[in-house]
Design a protein around this ligand. Structure first.
Ligand code: SF4
Length: 70
């Protein structure tokens, strides 16, 4: 998802995204939704959340950052 679209979602939730990167914003959204702040973490290997709005970005982030299953 483009960062501008992520920011729009955050804005609707009254989350101040100033100086925040994409991953940080997504985790803030997850926190506001009272969901686990799991974006870009090793949880992606086991979460099974195939319908997660962030899944594509989450997988790309994990690959880019070299996050590995411990
Ligand atoms: S794909 Fe899984 S680990 Fe990644 S943000 Fe969604 S629920 Fe969290």
């Amino acid at each position: 998802m483009h960062i501008n679209d992520v920011r729009k979602i955050a804005k609707k939730m009254s989350i101040n995204t100033y100086h925040m990167g994409k991953a940080e914003i997504i985790r803030a959204i997850q926190r506001a939704e009272e969901n686990p702040e799991c974006f870009g973490t090793e949880r992606v290997f086991v979460c099974g959340e195939m319908a997660c709005l962030w899944r594509g970005d989450c997988i790309a982030y994990v690959k880019k950052k070299g996050v590995a299953w411990a």
